[in-house]
Write a protein that binds this ligand. Structure first.
Ligand code: GDP
Length: 402
């Protein structure tokens, strides 16, 4: 009898202890706030914890299994653009992809600069002259080269540049400072957002429009294209090919039609169709003669007549392989139009690439996208820090090799 009582008591105690333990565990899981993770977990805890997934600060942690569903997050303010294909923080993967596209420039102009400083324990002022040569040959442009060099000279005078690494770090800081004047994707604030794309023939306007259309279509946006280069049948056809490929309507006029009228019709069509984005191609000939600029100004005006506040962006496309000529084109277009940014194409095809610094520094125009090839996916949003890292980031054989 006593044995039976002892056994019963033991069983009750064991069950009680088990229940208390399991409740404690479950309660902790439910109650732990998402932010309860210590900033510096103790080594043991780190060993036991599941591997954290790297994510940008603004991305919320996914709910833990078993945790109650979080309350719905507040809707973004009405003026905030919907997350374009662009809304991503620069990551190591982005930098690696960009670096690949910039291989020619890294192996050319950047490698030459790097070779001047690599392993150098002391910096003599004469080295800045060699640096000047390389920068000019790399299409940085005389004004921007001088501006960068005079800052380096100041730092050298203050004894702040003791070795090659210090110069390289300062050069990177200068490049970041120059390039940090904006950038990034089209601001999708209106519906439709109207983007006028301008530039001389052959720089890559139509290709850029095709690439942009591909990105925004892939992000679920309704895209309309306007074939505003009515002077060239080939340009219209090229745009139609992109339209078909991407699944975007193309508004075109008869050959030789008034480009303003085409842009006007396209803006109205895009509005009626409830499109998110209208990309307007324009003619690019005779940029040195006033009539072409007048023509583009007229296109702008007619778009504004069809929709108040439009065009919301006017992007100038420049071919990076044309160096200082691109800078001259930008100067002329900037005088004639209110540009909101630059698309710098063909950066994959130049061992120079310094033009990006010249454009941002001299013209104070932000680069918004860079073209790194002919395929639809070869267009990248421009973010200064990512770009500088991809261009000047060290530790790669391709920089050291040259
Ligand atoms: P548009 O006259 O300004 O409209 O220029 P196009 O869009 O017709 O482009 C002219 C040429 O440049 C075409 O052969 C394109 O494939 C090529 N192209 C455009 N962008 C890039 C780029 O980023 N990289 C390379 N390598 N080629 C490009």
């Amino acid at each position: 009898m006593t044995t039976v009582i002892i056994v019963i008591v033991l069983v009750v105690v064991a069950v009680g202890a088990f229940l208390a333990l399991s409740r404690g565990k479950g309660g902790a899981q439910l109650q732990a706030p998402p932010s309860a993770k210590p900033l510096q977990p103790a080594p043991r805890a780190r060993e036991e914890a599941p591997k954290p997934v790297a994510r940008p600060d603004h991305v919320k942690a996914p709910p833990r299994p078993g945790a109650p569903a979080p309350p719905p997050s507040p809707a973004p303010p009405a003026a905030a653009p919907p997350p374009p294909p662009s809304a991503r923080a620069p990551s190591a993967k982005d930098v690696a992809g960009l670096r690949k596209g910039l291989a020619a420039a890294r192996g050319g102009f950047v490698a030459k600069l790097s070779a001047l400083f690599q392993g150098r324990k002391e910096i003599e002022p004469a080295i800045l002259e060699q640096m000047e040569e390389v920068m000019l040959a790399g299409d940085v442009g005389p004004k921007t080269t001088q501006a960068i060099l005079s800052r380096l000279r100041e730092s050298l005078g203050r004894n702040e540049l003791r070795d090659g690494d210090a110069v390289w770090a300062e050069l990177r800081a200068e490049a970041t400072r120059i390039l940090s004047i904006g950038g990034g994707a089209i601001r999708m604030g209106s519906r439709p957002t109207v983007v006028l794309v301008v530039g001389v023939n052959g720089v890559g306007k139509t290709t850029t429009i095709g690439k942009l259309a591909t990105r925004y279509k892939a992000a679920g946006k309704k895209v309309v294209l306007a074939a505003g280069d009515t002077f060239r049948a080939a340009a219209v056809q090229q745009l139609e090919v992109w339209g078909k490929r991407v699944g975007a309507d193309v508004v075109r006029g008869k050959e030789g039609a008034d480009p303003g009228a085409v842009a006007f019709d396209a803006t109205n069509s895009a509005r009626t169709a409830g499109a998110d984005l209208l990309l307007v191609d324009t003619a690019g000939r005779l940029h040195t003669k006033v009539p072409l600029m007048d023509e583009i100004k007229k296109v702008r005006k007619t778009i504004a007549k069809a929709m108040e506040g439009a065009p919301h962006e006017t992007l100038l496309v420049l071919d990076a392989t044309t160096g200082q000529n691109a800078l001259q084109q930008a100067t002329q277009f900037k005088e004639a139009l209110e540009l909101t940014g630059i698309v710098l194409t063909k950066l994959d095809g130049t061992a120079k690439g310094g033009i990006v610094l010249g454009i941002c520094d001299e013209l104070r125009l932000p680069v918004r996208y860079v073209g790194l090839g002919e395929r639809a996916e070869d267009l990248r949003e421009f973010h200064s820090e990512e770009f500088v890292e991809a261009l000047f980031g060290k530790g790669d054989e391709d920089v050291a090799a040259a």
